[in-house]
Design a binder for this molecule. Structure first.
Ligand code: 1CP
Length: 364
């Protein structure tokens, strides 16, 4: 463990320059993944999968048996093992830290749970100005298990980069205001349009928490971050710019020392504005081809995506053709990180994911 901690310290802020000091190379700096994020030439297109650590892997299901989701996120030994599982099995180019977007909210004392088969459920939904008092500032002391797990992982991963992540203010607000998963985010939007002042204060608090949570991961050695605004596609671009973008932009500006990926689902109309919020890499879902996404986003960004997650259930020749299509469209981008257009579905056969990794690396 001592060795792992020492390596974690060396690779903290591991992507500012090729060397952390005169003598210690940063193992992940020259990885294909970080090079693509920086829009530099790559030996092959890098690939990882959102939700690659999770229910699609039998070894994950076995390890999680008898441990509640949030409890597993607070145990560095489990977090480390679960994060490494897909790296070992699939040969992906990056690891994503195993946690959940609601972990920082739980850590500061919000009464919530992750209910199996449902998702995050908040005991007392947020609706009034008084509820802001339930959102204190997050400090590293709230999440020592995150620091410990990231340090251990960076040591274990060596040259494979670790992606830290957090939920963006809008998506976190949606869970807090609705009290759980929601199809149309009606109460969230009612608050946003009906009480813009309170909305702004709520998103401001959430931006502070998100930024602090990402900083903990970067300071412990994460070499890139992904800001998930999964549900912001519910908004038209004009309202995104007015009610959401300034808060997400403040988060992204605070983590500018590593590559920043910004992703949402159904965000075809928002791609330009999400890039303009301060992302280095814009995540694209499967609805917009990557060459069209490049036109919408404009120059100076890398792209991440965007194979339809359901395609893993198609025959092998279809998978091959669709991977090819994504790779060809991705050539229009200044940098391309291959991924699915949203998370791995739990029913996915991991062997198909491993095959996709091979196809991407071969550049079919
Ligand atoms: O491998 C990885 O990607 C790391 C693991 C990870 C990540 C990145 C988990 C574990 N959660 C997340 C982020 C997350 N959590 C997002 C953003 C990504 C996305 O859009 O998919 C969101 C929206 C959540 C909220 C959440 N947590 C949901 C969705 C509910 C809804 O609104 O539809 C669910 C089902 C969870 C629980 C959860 N988080 C992670 C896992 C493996 C699980 C399932 C827990 C279980 O085993 O029951």
């Amino acid at each position: 463990m001592a060795l792992q901690l020492a390596r974690g310290a060396v690779t903290a802020h591991g992507t500012i320059g090729p060397m952390s000091d005169e003598s210690s190379p940063r193992p992940a700096y020259d990885s294909a993944f970080l090079r693509a994020c920086r829009r530099e030439p790559v030996p092959h297109t890098p690939v990882w999968f959102m939700r690659q650590a999770g229910r699609a892997l039998p070894e994950y299901r076995k390890l999680r048996e008898g441990t509640a989701m949030l409890d597993s996120c607070m145990r560095p030994d489990m977090v480390t093992e679960i994060t490494l599982q897909p790296v070992r099995r699939l040969g992906v180019d990056a690891a994503i830290f195993f946690s959940d977007i609601v972990v920082p909210l739980k850590a500061i004392g919000v009464d919530l749970d992750i209910v199996p088969g449902v998702g995050p459920v908040v005991a007392e939904p947020f609706r009034t100005a008084r509820d802001l008092d339930r959102l204190p500032v997050l400090t590293p002391e709230h999440v020592p298990y995150i620091t410990e797990a990231v340090r251990a992982l960076v040591g274990e991963l060596g040259a494979t980069p670790l992606i830290g992540f957090a939920g963006a203010p809008f998506t976190l607000a949606s869970y807090l205001v609705e009290g759980g998963p929601s199809r149309n985010h009606a109460r969230t939007k009612a608050l946003m349009y009906g009480e813009p002042e309170l909305w702004s204060q709520l998103l401001d608090r959430l931006a502070d928490i998100t930024l602090a949570f990402l900083r903990v991961q970067i300071d412990a050695g994460a070499s890139a971050v992904q800001l998930f605004d999964s549900w912001v596609g519910a908004l038209p671009a004009q309202d995104y710019r007015a009610f959401v973008q300034p808060h997400s932009a403040r988060v992204l500006a605070g983590v500018g020392d590593v590559p920043r990926i910004h992703f949402g689902v159904g965000t075809g109309e928002l791609l330009h504005d999400m890039g303009a919020a301060g992302a280095d890499v814009v995540g694209v879902d499967w609805r917009v081809p990557l060459d069209e996404a490049v036109r919408r986003i404009g120059p100076g960004k890398a792209l991440q995506g965007n194979l339809d997650p359901t395609l893993v259930f198609a025959p092998d020749d279809v998978v091959r053709r669709k991977v090819h299509e994504v790779l060809v469209a991705g050539k229009a981008a200044e940098g391309h990180v291959f991924n699915l257009g949203h998370g791995v579905l739990p029913e996915t056969d991991p062997d198909v994911l491993a095959r996709i990794v091979d196809l991407v690396h071969a550049g079919v």
